[in-house]
Design a protein around this ligand. Sequence first.
Ligand SMILES: *Cc1c(COP(=O)(O)O)cnc(C)c1O
Length: 389
Amino acid sequence: MIPYGRQHIDEDDINAVVETLKSDWLTQGPAVPQFEQALADYCQVQFGVAVNSATSALHIACLSLGVGDGDRVWTSPNSFVASANCALYCGAEVDFVDIDITSGNLCAAALADKLEQAACTNTLPKVVIPVHFAGQSCDMEAIAKLAQMYGFKVIEDASHAVGASYQDSRVGCCQFSDISIFSFHPVKIITTLEGGMAMTNNAELASTMRLLRSHGVTNHPDSMKKSSDGPWYYEQIALGYNYRMNDVEAALGASQVNKLSEYVTQRNRVAAHYDQRFSGEGNIAPLVVSPSCVSSFHLYVVRINAITPEQQAWLVSSLREAGIFAHLHYIPIHTQPFYREKGFNWGDFPAAESYYRHAVTLPVFPDLTPSQVDFIADTLLSLVNSLTR
Ligand SMILES: *Cc1c(COP(=O)(O)O)cnc(C)c1O
């Protein structure tokens, strides 16, 4: 079976992990700050705060921006549930902004409309979390202008987009946001097994997130409320969590950063090959990548224009029977039973719902060979053509 995503692990990665296992530090040693520095340098951003998942990073990012009871957080319905859950962890309310169907990304024009309405009813969001779907940045310049105008903060959920670029800058540089989040789950671009990182140029946000990832406990004299009782002394000054990344994972992450550009190149090679195979096929529309973006192609998605939900299920099953683990990203978050209980319904975000009824995710990862891509393209083309015949 060809999976839809797969990590690439080489001897350098294995050696980095083994060396760390043999060292004095399995947690809270030098590897975590080294990984943070390596990825921050790559992204041209000042601070990286490594944690045990992107979900944890989203949670402490919201907390560091002061999200709490009664606040509103808006995100994309076309995402993994973690993009929305993080607001609920903080006691805030979640709402969604519909997407641009050609990119799968949160639509800046829909955001502008929704903000205009919310301003009238005094229900503006405190934070908006655009999600860089499939590895392509949202229109961050437009979103940042709206943030200025309406006074909300921006967290980029860049879980898919490590190594991507927007307007000649790396995603994660935070030029148009307060914080950017990466995920290092094995299906994402680089892996630490489980892991995530929050990037920011704001020293205060970085230090708040560092505090929150480790119980809210500090041993920095400058942060303490009273003078030290002795060399063992520490203080808890906030309610934090155990969200730390360990040194073994961080050593793997730092080794993976060395190959990040190559991974993105390979993923773009696969995407260009698919694009070429599907060009001129009226019923197959690959996601459109804007000229201002280089996607990291975490996912390669096609929309099948003329397809019923039954045919879509048959298509994905048939691909799997042929040894191709096709998938579907994403079931709109607002249609999940948990969110329906909060009052959301089918029909609330029509573009995300229509997108869901037409999309299919095909395999993409660095080691996918040209002949595998041709096999997948041939199989998809013959299945889709049998639909319309
Ligand atoms: C994978 C993913 C997450 C969660 O990442 P974890 O590291 O598994 O917690 C959050 N948002 C998006 C868009 C994702 O794809």
